[in-house]
Write a protein that binds this ligand. Structure first.
Ligand SMILES: [Zn+2]
Length: 137
């Protein structure tokens, strides 16, 4: 059980790191391009042509077209989102009984799994319960 929890956490961290790297790379590309495209009337198209034509010097690789860096950043970003979403789905699937909380009366109850909509057993309202704690013994 402990191993599974660790693996979930690892994939969560991995997804987050990918997302962060992608964001940083895209931000750096944008940061570099901004001084030469900000004056243009159509920022998006000039940003795109800048990315397509410019090259960047990377100390350990050499010259690299900016478009490759941008694509790489986007790929990292999407991979990160994908891994994060996937690890979250695994978390939901494998979680056993959960503790749900009613957003109205703040009472909580045990359920077999997390659900989108449920009837609160305390106030009898049809609510979107919040997961308070996953895997209650
Ligand atoms: Zn309630």
């Amino acid at each position: 059980m402990r191993v599974i929890v660790h693996r979930k956490l690892a994939s969560h961290v991995f997804g987050f790191v990918l997302l962060l790297v992608g964001l940083v790379v895209l931000f750096l590309v944008f940061w570099r391009a901004w001084p030469s495209v900000s004056a243009s009337s159509n920022v998006l198209s000039s940003l795109w042509s800048y990315v397509l034509t410019e090259q960047v010097e990377l100390a350990w690789i050499g010259e690299l077209r900016l478009v490759y860096v941008t694509v790489l950043g986007a790929v990292f970003l999407f991979l990160g989102v994908f891994v994060l979403g996937f690890s979250r789905r695994i978390l939901y699937l494998s979680s056993g009984p959960v503790l749900l909380q009613c957003p109205y009366c703040r009472n909580d109850w045990k359920a077999r799994r997390a659900v989108g909509w449920a009837e609160c057993p305390h106030c009898r309202k049809f609510v979107q319960p919040q997961v308070k704690k996953s895997s209650v013994a």
